[in-house]
Design a protein around this ligand. Structure first.
Ligand SMILES: Cc1c[n+]2nc(N)[nH]c2nc1OC(C)C
Length: 325
Protein backbone atom coordinates (compact mmCIF):
# COMPACT_ATOMS: atom_id res chain seq x y z
CA UNK A 1 0.00 0.00 0.00
CA UNK A 2 2.93 2.35 0.65
CA UNK A 3 4.09 2.38 -2.99
CA UNK A 4 1.11 4.45 -4.25
CA UNK A 5 1.70 6.87 -1.33
CA UNK A 6 5.34 7.19 -2.42
CA UNK A 7 4.30 7.56 -6.06
CA UNK A 8 1.79 10.32 -5.14
CA UNK A 9 4.45 12.14 -3.08
CA UNK A 10 6.94 11.92 -5.94
CA UNK A 11 4.32 13.18 -8.47
CA UNK A 12 3.35 16.13 -6.22
CA UNK A 13 6.99 17.15 -5.77
CA UNK A 14 7.69 16.88 -9.50
CA UNK A 15 4.55 18.83 -10.51
CA UNK A 16 5.24 21.59 -7.96
CA UNK A 17 8.83 21.81 -9.25
CA UNK A 18 7.66 22.13 -12.87
CA UNK A 19 5.07 24.78 -11.82
CA UNK A 20 7.82 26.75 -10.11
CA UNK A 21 10.10 26.57 -13.17
CA UNK A 22 7.32 27.62 -15.55
CA UNK A 23 5.44 30.27 -13.57
CA UNK A 24 8.02 31.63 -11.16
CA UNK A 25 11.35 31.24 -12.99
CA UNK A 26 9.73 31.68 -16.43
CA UNK A 27 11.83 28.71 -17.56
CA UNK A 28 9.72 25.58 -18.43
CA UNK A 29 11.32 22.30 -17.32
CA UNK A 30 8.89 19.81 -18.98
CA UNK A 31 6.71 19.73 -22.13
CA UNK A 32 3.06 20.55 -21.37
CA UNK A 33 1.82 17.14 -22.59
CA UNK A 34 4.16 15.32 -20.21
CA UNK A 35 3.08 17.62 -17.36
CA UNK A 36 -0.57 16.78 -18.05
CA UNK A 37 0.17 13.03 -17.93
CA UNK A 38 1.79 13.30 -14.48
CA UNK A 39 -1.02 15.61 -13.35
CA UNK A 40 -3.76 13.17 -14.40
CA UNK A 41 -1.92 10.27 -12.75
CA UNK A 42 -1.87 12.18 -9.44
CA UNK A 43 -5.54 13.14 -9.81
CA UNK A 44 -6.45 9.46 -10.31
CA UNK A 45 -4.38 8.44 -7.26
CA UNK A 46 -6.09 11.12 -5.14
CA UNK A 47 -9.53 10.06 -6.31
CA UNK A 48 -8.69 6.45 -5.33
CA UNK A 49 -7.18 7.55 -2.00
CA UNK A 50 -8.85 10.82 -0.81
CA UNK A 51 -6.49 11.18 2.15
CA UNK A 52 -3.79 12.11 -0.38
CA UNK A 53 -5.66 15.32 -1.30
CA UNK A 54 -3.49 17.65 0.85
CA UNK A 55 -3.83 21.50 0.80
CA UNK A 56 -0.48 21.82 -1.02
CA UNK A 57 -1.23 19.19 -3.68
CA UNK A 58 -0.78 20.54 -7.23
CA UNK A 59 -4.25 19.13 -8.07
CA UNK A 60 -5.63 22.06 -6.01
CA UNK A 61 -4.83 24.14 -9.10
CA UNK A 62 -7.99 23.09 -10.98
CA UNK A 63 -10.43 24.74 -8.57
CA UNK A 64 -13.22 23.53 -6.29
CA UNK A 65 -17.03 23.70 -6.21
CA UNK A 66 -18.49 27.25 -6.39
CA UNK A 67 -18.93 29.30 -3.18
CA UNK A 68 -22.35 30.86 -2.30
CA UNK A 69 -20.65 34.19 -1.55
CA UNK A 70 -17.30 35.68 -0.50
CA UNK A 71 -16.46 35.81 3.22
CA UNK A 72 -14.94 38.97 4.67
CA UNK A 73 -11.38 38.86 6.03
CA UNK A 74 -9.88 41.46 8.38
CA UNK A 75 -6.18 42.01 7.70
CA UNK A 76 -4.05 41.61 10.85
CA UNK A 77 -2.00 44.61 9.60
CA UNK A 78 -3.83 47.07 7.30
CA UNK A 79 -2.90 47.04 3.58
CA UNK A 80 -2.10 50.67 2.88
CA UNK A 81 -2.09 52.66 -0.31
CA UNK A 82 0.73 54.83 -1.65
CA UNK A 83 1.16 58.57 -2.06
CA UNK A 84 1.61 59.54 -5.73
CA UNK A 85 4.18 61.70 -7.55
CA UNK A 86 3.89 62.78 -11.19
CA UNK A 87 6.58 65.35 -12.00
CA UNK A 88 10.32 65.16 -11.33
CA UNK A 89 9.92 67.85 -8.70
CA UNK A 90 7.46 65.65 -6.75
CA UNK A 91 10.25 63.10 -6.47
CA UNK A 92 12.81 65.68 -5.40
CA UNK A 93 10.31 66.84 -2.75
CA UNK A 94 9.71 63.24 -1.64
CA UNK A 95 13.45 62.71 -1.15
CA UNK A 96 13.75 66.03 0.71
CA UNK A 97 10.87 65.11 3.08
CA UNK A 98 12.51 61.73 3.70
CA UNK A 99 15.86 63.39 4.47
CA UNK A 100 14.15 65.89 6.81
CA UNK A 101 12.26 63.05 8.52
CA UNK A 102 15.52 61.16 9.04
CA UNK A 103 17.53 64.22 10.02
CA UNK A 104 20.04 63.21 7.32
CA UNK A 105 23.31 65.10 6.88
CA UNK A 106 23.38 67.33 3.80
CA UNK A 107 26.07 65.37 1.94
CA UNK A 108 24.75 61.81 2.45
CA UNK A 109 22.13 60.24 0.19
CA UNK A 110 19.19 57.99 1.07
CA UNK A 111 19.23 54.40 -0.21
CA UNK A 112 15.95 53.51 -1.95
CA UNK A 113 14.53 50.26 -3.28
CA UNK A 114 12.83 50.94 -6.63
CA UNK A 115 10.43 48.53 -8.34
CA UNK A 116 7.51 48.39 -10.78
CA UNK A 117 3.93 49.35 -9.92
CA UNK A 118 1.87 46.56 -11.48
CA UNK A 119 -1.59 47.29 -12.83
CA UNK A 120 -3.37 44.37 -11.13
CA UNK A 121 -4.97 43.89 -7.76
CA UNK A 122 -3.35 43.78 -4.34
CA UNK A 123 -3.63 40.51 -2.40
CA UNK A 124 -2.56 39.22 0.99
CA UNK A 125 -1.35 35.60 1.15
CA UNK A 126 -1.22 34.04 4.61
CA UNK A 127 1.23 31.16 5.06
CA UNK A 128 1.16 29.24 8.35
CA UNK A 129 4.10 26.88 8.94
CA UNK A 130 4.89 27.36 5.27
CA UNK A 131 1.49 26.28 3.91
CA UNK A 132 -0.87 28.70 2.12
CA UNK A 133 -3.96 28.83 4.36
CA UNK A 134 -5.76 32.00 3.26
CA UNK A 135 -5.77 34.66 0.56
CA UNK A 136 -7.69 37.94 0.69
CA UNK A 137 -8.14 40.99 -1.53
CA UNK A 138 -7.05 44.39 -0.24
CA UNK A 139 -10.64 45.65 -0.03
CA UNK A 140 -10.72 48.96 1.88
CA UNK A 141 -7.29 48.25 3.38
CA UNK A 142 -8.70 46.88 6.63
CA UNK A 143 -11.20 44.28 5.37
CA UNK A 144 -11.06 42.32 2.11
CA UNK A 145 -12.70 39.29 0.44
CA UNK A 146 -11.60 35.73 1.09
CA UNK A 147 -10.41 34.45 -2.34
CA UNK A 148 -8.40 31.45 -1.09
CA UNK A 149 -9.87 28.81 -3.42
CA UNK A 150 -9.33 31.08 -6.42
CA UNK A 151 -5.77 31.90 -5.42
CA UNK A 152 -4.96 28.18 -5.11
CA UNK A 153 -5.48 27.93 -8.89
CA UNK A 154 -2.81 30.60 -9.57
CA UNK A 155 0.14 28.41 -10.54
CA UNK A 156 2.64 31.19 -9.86
CA UNK A 157 1.67 31.21 -6.18
CA UNK A 158 3.37 28.40 -4.20
CA UNK A 159 0.99 26.32 -2.06
CA UNK A 160 3.94 25.65 0.24
CA UNK A 161 7.05 27.80 0.85
CA UNK A 162 10.37 26.27 -0.29
CA UNK A 163 12.06 26.05 3.10
CA UNK A 164 12.57 23.45 5.81
CA UNK A 165 12.25 26.14 8.53
CA UNK A 166 9.15 28.14 7.54
CA UNK A 167 8.08 31.11 9.72
CA UNK A 168 5.08 30.35 11.96
CA UNK A 169 3.04 33.05 10.26
CA UNK A 170 3.93 35.07 7.14
CA UNK A 171 1.59 37.52 5.40
CA UNK A 172 2.90 38.12 1.87
CA UNK A 173 1.57 41.18 0.04
CA UNK A 174 1.71 41.40 -3.71
CA UNK A 175 -0.14 41.96 -6.96
CA UNK A 176 -2.19 39.45 -8.94
CA UNK A 177 -2.08 40.45 -12.61
CA UNK A 178 -2.69 39.18 -16.11
CA UNK A 179 0.07 39.45 -18.76
CA UNK A 180 -0.81 41.33 -21.96
CA UNK A 181 -0.65 38.19 -24.15
CA UNK A 182 -2.84 36.13 -21.80
CA UNK A 183 -5.28 39.06 -21.75
CA UNK A 184 -5.45 39.17 -25.56
CA UNK A 185 -6.03 35.38 -25.74
CA UNK A 186 -8.75 35.57 -23.06
CA UNK A 187 -10.60 38.31 -24.95
CA UNK A 188 -10.31 36.32 -28.18
CA UNK A 189 -11.95 33.37 -26.37
CA UNK A 190 -14.62 35.71 -24.94
CA UNK A 191 -15.32 37.03 -28.44
CA UNK A 192 -15.63 33.51 -29.91
CA UNK A 193 -18.01 32.53 -27.11
CA UNK A 194 -19.95 35.77 -27.71
CA UNK A 195 -19.21 36.77 -24.12
CA UNK A 196 -18.26 40.17 -22.67
CA UNK A 197 -14.67 41.19 -23.38
CA UNK A 198 -12.56 42.77 -20.64
CA UNK A 199 -11.55 46.41 -21.02
CA UNK A 200 -7.97 45.89 -19.79
CA UNK A 201 -5.75 43.31 -18.05
CA UNK A 202 -6.49 44.79 -14.63
CA UNK A 203 -10.23 44.27 -15.03
CA UNK A 204 -9.60 40.78 -16.42
CA UNK A 205 -7.47 39.87 -13.39
CA UNK A 206 -10.05 41.33 -10.96
CA UNK A 207 -12.91 39.60 -12.79
CA UNK A 208 -11.04 36.28 -12.78
CA UNK A 209 -10.24 36.52 -9.09
CA UNK A 210 -13.72 37.60 -7.99
CA UNK A 211 -15.20 34.39 -9.39
CA UNK A 212 -17.34 32.33 -7.00
CA UNK A 213 -16.55 29.29 -9.19
CA UNK A 214 -12.80 28.71 -8.88
CA UNK A 215 -12.91 26.27 -11.81
CA UNK A 216 -13.40 29.36 -13.99
CA UNK A 217 -10.47 31.11 -12.28
CA UNK A 218 -8.38 28.00 -13.00
CA UNK A 219 -8.91 28.54 -16.73
CA UNK A 220 -7.48 32.08 -16.55
CA UNK A 221 -3.69 32.59 -16.63
CA UNK A 222 -3.04 34.81 -13.62
CA UNK A 223 0.41 35.80 -12.37
CA UNK A 224 1.68 37.16 -9.07
CA UNK A 225 4.56 39.35 -7.90
CA UNK A 226 5.32 39.69 -4.18
CA UNK A 227 6.31 43.16 -2.95
CA UNK A 228 5.42 43.63 0.73
CA UNK A 229 4.91 41.98 4.09
CA UNK A 230 2.26 42.03 6.80
CA UNK A 231 2.45 39.86 9.92
CA UNK A 232 5.67 37.86 10.44
CA UNK A 233 5.97 35.45 13.37
CA UNK A 234 8.80 33.02 14.01
CA UNK A 235 11.46 34.62 11.82
CA UNK A 236 13.54 37.80 11.89
CA UNK A 237 12.27 40.62 9.64
CA UNK A 238 14.88 41.28 6.93
CA UNK A 239 16.76 44.54 7.55
CA UNK A 240 15.84 46.12 4.20
CA UNK A 241 13.18 45.93 1.50
CA UNK A 242 15.66 44.52 -1.02
CA UNK A 243 16.66 41.79 1.47
CA UNK A 244 12.96 40.99 1.99
CA UNK A 245 12.50 40.44 -1.75
CA UNK A 246 15.67 38.28 -1.89
CA UNK A 247 14.24 36.18 0.95
CA UNK A 248 10.91 35.89 -0.87
CA UNK A 249 12.72 34.56 -3.94
CA UNK A 250 14.44 31.92 -1.81
CA UNK A 251 11.00 30.93 -0.41
CA UNK A 252 9.77 30.26 -3.95
CA UNK A 253 7.62 33.42 -4.26
CA UNK A 254 7.71 35.26 -7.61
CA UNK A 255 9.59 38.56 -7.35
CA UNK A 256 9.87 40.84 -10.35
CA UNK A 257 13.47 41.13 -11.53
CA UNK A 258 12.94 44.76 -12.70
CA UNK A 259 14.08 46.22 -9.41
CA UNK A 260 17.12 48.19 -8.20
CA UNK A 261 18.63 49.76 -5.10
CA UNK A 262 19.45 53.38 -5.97
CA UNK A 263 20.72 56.48 -4.14
CA UNK A 264 19.02 59.83 -3.77
CA UNK A 265 16.51 61.64 -5.99
CA UNK A 266 18.85 61.34 -8.99
CA UNK A 267 18.92 57.53 -8.63
CA UNK A 268 15.11 57.45 -8.43
CA UNK A 269 14.65 59.54 -11.57
CA UNK A 270 17.25 57.50 -13.48
CA UNK A 271 15.35 54.29 -12.59
CA UNK A 272 12.05 55.89 -13.66
CA UNK A 273 13.45 56.92 -17.05
CA UNK A 274 14.99 53.50 -17.63
CA UNK A 275 11.69 51.72 -16.91
CA UNK A 276 9.81 54.30 -19.02
CA UNK A 277 11.89 53.36 -22.06
CA UNK A 278 11.38 49.59 -21.65
CA UNK A 279 7.70 49.87 -20.62
CA UNK A 280 6.20 49.01 -24.06
CA UNK A 281 8.29 45.82 -24.21
CA UNK A 282 7.23 44.59 -20.73
CA UNK A 283 4.92 41.52 -20.86
CA UNK A 284 2.55 43.18 -18.36
CA UNK A 285 1.01 46.60 -17.81
CA UNK A 286 2.44 48.92 -15.19
CA UNK A 287 1.10 52.33 -14.19
CA UNK A 288 4.29 53.60 -12.60
CA UNK A 289 7.18 52.65 -10.38
CA UNK A 290 7.35 52.47 -6.59
CA UNK A 291 10.14 53.94 -4.45
CA UNK A 292 10.69 52.73 -0.89
CA UNK A 293 13.29 53.78 1.63
CA UNK A 294 15.29 50.57 1.67
CA UNK A 295 16.44 50.29 5.29
CA UNK A 296 13.74 48.98 7.64
CA UNK A 297 14.90 51.09 10.59
CA UNK A 298 14.59 54.24 8.47
CA UNK A 299 11.10 53.15 7.33
CA UNK A 300 10.07 52.75 10.97
CA UNK A 301 11.45 56.18 11.86
CA UNK A 302 9.42 57.78 9.06
CA UNK A 303 6.22 55.82 9.75
CA UNK A 304 2.94 56.68 8.04
CA UNK A 305 0.84 59.76 7.42
CA UNK A 306 -2.95 59.11 7.27
CA UNK A 307 -3.24 55.93 5.15
CA UNK A 308 0.00 56.03 3.22
CA UNK A 309 3.59 55.50 4.34
CA UNK A 310 5.97 58.47 4.46
CA UNK A 311 8.71 56.08 3.37
CA UNK A 312 7.20 55.14 0.04
CA UNK A 313 5.89 56.90 -3.07
CA UNK A 314 4.36 55.75 -6.37
CA UNK A 315 5.69 57.68 -9.39
CA UNK A 316 3.01 57.42 -12.08
CA UNK A 317 3.39 57.62 -15.87
CA UNK A 318 1.16 60.13 -17.68
CA UNK A 319 -2.23 58.44 -18.27
CA UNK A 320 -2.30 56.80 -21.71
CA UNK A 321 -5.33 56.68 -23.98
CA UNK A 322 -7.50 53.61 -23.26
CA UNK A 323 -5.78 50.26 -23.75
CA UNK A 324 -5.87 49.36 -27.46
CA UNK A 325 -8.01 46.22 -27.86
C1 LIG B 1 0.31 49.59 -2.17
C2 LIG B 1 1.64 49.12 -2.68
C3 LIG B 1 1.81 48.77 -4.01
N1 LIG B 1 3.05 48.35 -4.38
N2 LIG B 1 3.48 47.94 -5.61
C4 LIG B 1 4.78 47.62 -5.44
N3 LIG B 1 5.59 47.15 -6.43
N4 LIG B 1 5.17 47.82 -4.18
C5 LIG B 1 4.08 48.28 -3.50
N5 LIG B 1 3.96 48.61 -2.20
C6 LIG B 1 2.74 49.03 -1.79
O1 LIG B 1 2.54 49.39 -0.50
C7 LIG B 1 3.72 49.32 0.37
C8 LIG B 1 3.54 50.32 1.48
C9 LIG B 1 3.82 47.89 0.90
Amino acid sequence: AAEWRLRAAWLATELNRHNHSYYVLDNPSIPDAEYDLLFRELQALEQAHPELNTPDSPTQRVGAAPLPQFEQVTHSIPMLSLGNGFEDNDIVEFDRRVRDGLDTQVDSEIEYAAELKFDGLAINLRYEDGVLVQAATRGDGTTGENVTSNIRTVRAIPLRLHTKQPPKVLDVRGEVLMFKEDFARLNARQREAEMKEFANPRNAAAGSLRQLDSRITAQRILRFFAYGIGTLEGAAMPASHSALLDWYSELGLPVCKERSVVKGAAGLLEFFRGIGSKRPQLPYEIDGVVYKVNRLLQQQTLGFVSRAPRFALAHKFPAEEATTQ
